[in-house]
Design a protein around this ligand. Sequence first.
Ligand SMILES: C[S@@+](CC[C@H](N)C(=O)[O-])C[C@H]1O[C@@H](n2cnc3c(N)ncnc32)[C@H](O)[C@@H]1O
Length: 197
Amino acid sequence: MTLEDKLKGSIQHDLLFGTHKFELEDKHLENCKVVSNRINLLDYLPKESVCAELGVLDGKYTKEIISRTNPTELVLVDIDSDIENVIKGDSVEVMNTFEDNYFDWVYIDTDHSYELTKKELEVCSRKVKDDGYIALHDYIWYDYFNSILDDSDIYFGVVKAVNEFILSREDYEVKYLTLESGMYNTIVIRKINGTER
Ligand SMILES: C[S@@+](CC[C@H](N)C(=O)[O-])C[C@H]1O[C@@H](n2cnc3c(N)ncnc32)[C@H](O)[C@@H]1O
């Protein structure tokens, strides 16, 4: 049995043998700015706006969102949180309770699986305004450090879900990409016909 046969149907197979099928094209990256990290990224996202963080954990990034962007409304969602002001529930289900075009931008940082990220992109593309942004943390294939910690291989599906989404839609492009020292990068996408802010 070849390695390709052995991995067939798995995310590892996509990583090693299938990347060309959902590789972004140069036109999707023409207006992309590379930013040092996700904290500084917040300086480029809309200020005093309506935004959401999907996946809050202990609220570390929430504090940065508040101090750097001063939102008029910040919707916080986590499936397993007892933090005050966090809506406890599934990201997709909670987002579906808002009207379309409600948010200026959304930051997605939940379980990083292909299946959930795909659904989150679909719902966020409806709930975010035409000139808004969808940011996704951990645009990477493999969680290097937590894999060492857990002594197991942790693969993420964010790259596949994001690239497939952009390729299938034709009206989205990459606006920002962070190049973190630990390579836990964030990608920000937006509608091509959205008004420049
Ligand atoms: C990586 S942590 C978020 C970290 C946080 N954004 C930060 O940067 O500090 C992921 C969080 O997503 C939550 N989560 C996982 N699956 C979820 C889902 N389907 N809906 C909402 N939250 C989810 C987990 O409970 C966890 O707290």
